[in-house]
Structures are given as C-alpha cells and as structure tokens.
Design a protein around this ligand. Structure first.
Ligand code: ADP
Length: 487
C-alpha cells in the first residue's frame, strides 16, 4: 500500500441502479410489508440505494410461484436441449452487459472491478453454458433385474430449490447453484446476501429476457434470520443449497430436519493451509500465497520468504475497486470490517508478532492494511478461525510429516495448497490432507469443470462439475415384470 495513502478515486462512471425490488413470478414487486433496506457502498460506508426487504410472506409467495412453475409449468417438462438453449441465451445477455454487472459487484461488494469484468461475470456465462450443454445429457440406466423383472432409472429434477448465498462472490455463488439447478429442470428461490443484493436482481431481469418462464427463478432479498430462515424451514421447498458460515450452515440443516427433512448441501467455512517446501521457487511462492491465510513455510527458506513477503505487502496498492492499479478494495461491510480488526487484536493479544499492517486505512470506508503475523501457534484464534480479510498467519515447519499433521489440525477441510518441485512430496501431501481440493503449485484455481466442496466441518456436497448436477436430481427406479423373455 502506498505508505498510508490510498490510490486515487475512481474515474469509472458508475451506471444508475436499475433493479431494487423483489423478483417473484417474473415480475419486480415490492415486499409485502413495503419495507426496504440500504445497499451500502463499502468505499464510503454510505447507501447506494434502498432495496425491497423480503420476509416470510415474500418467501411464501416466491415458493408458491416456484412450486406452480415446477408442478405445472413448462420448465421441467421441456426437453433438455430447449432448456439449454434458453440458458445459452441467458449467458449471451450476461456477456453483453458485463461492465454494468461488474460495476454492481464492485460498488456493492467492494470487489475489484477489473476482476469482476475479467473473471466473475464471464465465469457466470461460462457456468451457464457448461450446464446448458449438460441439460440434454441427463440419463438414467437400464437394469436387468432378477428373474422375471426388468427396470430402469429416471433422473428427475429434485423440485423447488432454495438457494442461500453469501456476499464474497455474489455472481459466482448465484450461478454455482443456478447453473446446475436450472439445467436439471428445477425451479428456484434465491436469497442473496443482505450485503450484496444488487447483481442478483439484474440476473433475474436477464433470465426473463432470455425466455426463462415465469416462476422458475425468483430472487428475494432480505436478512438471514427472516427471509433465509423462512427458506430453510419451508415445507414446500424440496432442497436447500447454502454457502456461508459453518454456524449458519448448522442452523439451516437443523431447520431443514425439523421441517420437511429436505436435503441440504452446505459449503461452509475454511481455514485452508498452504505448505511451502524448501525446494520451491520463492518468487512464485510469494505470488501464490497472497490469497492464503494459513501459510506454513519450511525452515530453510523461512527468513528469506518473510523478507520477500513484507516487500510485497508494502508494494500492495489498496484503494478504490474501480481503479485499475489497485490490488485490494475495501471489505464488504462494516460488520466484516470490525470482525477482521478484532481478529487482528486477538492475534496481538495472544502473542503473535505483527510483522506488517494491522490497521484500518484512511478514515472513510472499510479499508484494511494487508496484515501479516509471524510466531503464530495453532491454538491461537487467528490460526483456527476463518478470517475473511487480508490477514495472513505465517508458521515454520521442519519435516513433511510435521507439515501434514499441522495442516490437518483444523476442524475445516475445504482446500489446501502445496508448493514444491518434488513429485513424491506433492503426491504424499495431496493424498494426506483431508480437504476437498488440493492446489499443487497454484492456489485458488477454480473451474466450472472441477468439483469443489468440503471435508469435515467445511460442509458436504460438491459444487461445479457434473457432480453438482446430481445434487439437483432425484433417481427414480421403475421396475416391471417381464414375461416370456428369451434371455
Ligand atoms: P457470512 O458470515 O459470510 O456473512 P453467513 O453464514 O452469516 O455468512 O451468511 C450467509 C447467508 O446466510 C446470507 O445470505 C445470510 O443472510 C444467510 N443467513 C444468515 N443467517 C441465517 C439463518 N439463520 N437462516 C438462513 N439463512 C441465514
């Protein structure tokens, strides 16, 4: 970061906000209560606009529309190729509006405009096309059963899906669920995070333009304990897919069990380790580790690695997410901002050494300096709990066995990274770490064709890939007697 000053203000002209109501049954409508809440610009902490606030009554209306669209509408009944065609159109419309959509996630989520434009928004289109291509390849199997019977299986859409998503990737999370669910023939009620309500409404608008029938995709903004809880406990929702904290995931699963036993898939918190071995290319390791929070460095390269990292942190540019020179924008909201600062205080109090950063940047908006702690012990709060912010804990290790043991010493199991040129180390570590994805000589590399999800308390179920499609399909077996068969 440029000493203590932020990069210059934005020059990008932010388009006016077009959609702020709830999207139910193909129409933008006010909430039943008429209530609204503020969408905040984290660059300033000030309101961008007010959006309709959905509650239980609005979720009920959205579920009714989704139920009707599922039970009687064309979407689950049309051919997979026809669904795919509409999804492809939807993807084209997203690409045509990439700048405006990127601006919404940047102004509302504090995400870098350049990243949203190059990755998140095109990623949404790619996701839709991937699952559109799968929509006409959903097959069952034929079963030759015991004597006198034959059978086959059908893969049917699971029904009305409730999707509850967080603020960290408003666009990717939306399509991570909507891509496979729509391809399967499901209908949906989506509740975006209260911090980032804007882009989802734009997607609902584009879905309608693409020809998605009314009621198939409903978007109800609102808060977790009201609108979110109304989804997880709803008697007429057939499945809930959730991404967010482990704490809320537990509440959702409990509510799902206590209501209609709807299946859930949960993609929860993580505290993903990155292991850097002595043979690693230090500059490459430095590039990769930027995205990581729990970094283990082998002792032979520890000192030089720390030195390089501090140089890197000092050159890091923090500022307006619309400024193309900026590496890091503001945190998404005041709550996250305060939470991160409080984790930093915990780190200091529990005896970790603050190497660099550790403070708020400026006096306006939710900016935090890139923060690096050393001398971190595994029982410290900063080493155990997920921190959604620019806070890194550095730890030193001696042997591979020790690194594996410490990497696994967490209640989470979302991801891990390994940096080494030694193939044996790479293989052993990859197979020994209990996590849903292992990045070898890279970190946070995602692809719609690569399954993603947790071990342990990071949740269950997989997003992306064809595995995700199966989360939105039921298998029905049909069995019939067969008489006088020659075989
Ligand atoms: P984070 O800590 O990353 O904000 P949360 O797990 O709190 O993540 O929130 C993720 C999503 O879950 C948001 O859309 C939020 O509104 C929703 N949510 C929060 N509490 C509940 C709840 N009790 N029931 C259902 N959804 C909830």
């Amino acid at each position: 970061y440029n000493g203590s000053s932020k990069a210059s203000e934005s020059v990008f002209k932010i388009p006016p906000i077009k959609f702020t109501k709830l999207f139910i049954n193909g129409n933008f409508v006010d909430s039943v209560s008429g209530k609204t809440f503020e969408a905040i610009d984290p660059r300033t902490g000030e309101a961008i606009t007010r959006v309709s606030e959905g509650d239980k009554e609005d979720i009920d209306l959205a579920v009714k529309a989704a139920r009707q669209a599922f039970d009687h509408g064309p979407w689950p009944r049309m051919s997979g190729s026809e669904r795919g065609r509409i999804m492809m159109k939807f993807a084209d419309l997203i690409e045509e509006n990439v700048e405006e959509l990127a601006a919404l996630d940047a102004i509302n989520g504090g995400k870098l405009f350049s990243h949203c434009k190059a990755m998140d928004i095109p990623g949404a289109a790619r996701n839709l096309r991937y699952y559109a291509g799968a929509a006409d390849k959903i097959h069952g199997t034929v079963l030759k059963l015991s004597e006198g019977f034959q059978g086959y299986t059908l893969r049917e859409p699971i029904g009305v899906v409730g999707s509850i998503i967080p603020w960290n990737f408003p666009t990717i999370m939306f399509f991570m669920k909507a891509g496979p669910a729509l391809a399967a023939g499901c209908t949906m009620v989506v509740k975006p995070a209260e911090q980032t309500p804007l882009s989802a409404l734009y997607y609902a608008h584009l879905a309608k333009l693409a020809g998605l029938p009314d009621g198939v995709l409903n978007v109800v903004n609102g808060f977790g304990e009201t609108a979110g809880a109304a989804i997880s406990s709803h008697m007429d929702i057939d499945k809930v897919t959730f991404t967010g904290s482990t704490e809320v995931g537990r509440k959702i699963m409990t509510a799902a069990a206590a209501s209609n036993l709807k299946p859930v898939s949960l993609e929860l918190g993580g505290k993903s380790p990155l292991l850097i071995f002595e043979d690693a290319d230090i500059d490459q390791a430095g590039e990769i580790c930027v995205a990581s929070s729990r970094v283990y460095v082998q002792e032979g390269i520890y000192e030089i690695f720390v030195k390089k990292l501090v140089e890197k942190a000092n050159a890091w540019v923090i500022g307006d997410p619309f400024d193309l020179r900026v590496n890091q924008g503001p945190q998404t909201d005041e709550k996250q901002f305060q939470k991160i600062l409080s984790y930093i205080e915990h780190g200091k109090r529990e005896g970790a050494t603050l190497l660099t950063g550790g403070k708020r940047l400026g006096s306006k908006g939710f900016y935090i300096e890139p923060t690096i702690f050393t001398d971190v012990k595994e029982d410290m709060t900063i080493a155990k709990e997920e921190i959604f912010g620019p806070v890194m804990s550095l730890m030193k290790f001696k042997t591979m066995e020790e690194a594996i043991k410490r990497a696994n010493n967490t209640t989470y199991g979302l991801a891990a990274g390994v940096i080494t040129k030694n193939l044996n180390v790479a293989n052993t570590v990859s197979r020994s770490i209990r996590a849903g994805i292992i990045w070898l000589n890279c970190y946070t590399a995602f692809d719609v064709d690569c399954p993603y999800g947790g071990y342990k308390m990071s949740g269950f179920g997989r997003e992306f890939g064809l595995d995700a499609l199966n989360q939105y399909l039921q298998i029905k077996s049909i069995v019939t007697p067969i008489h006088d068969s020659p075989w």
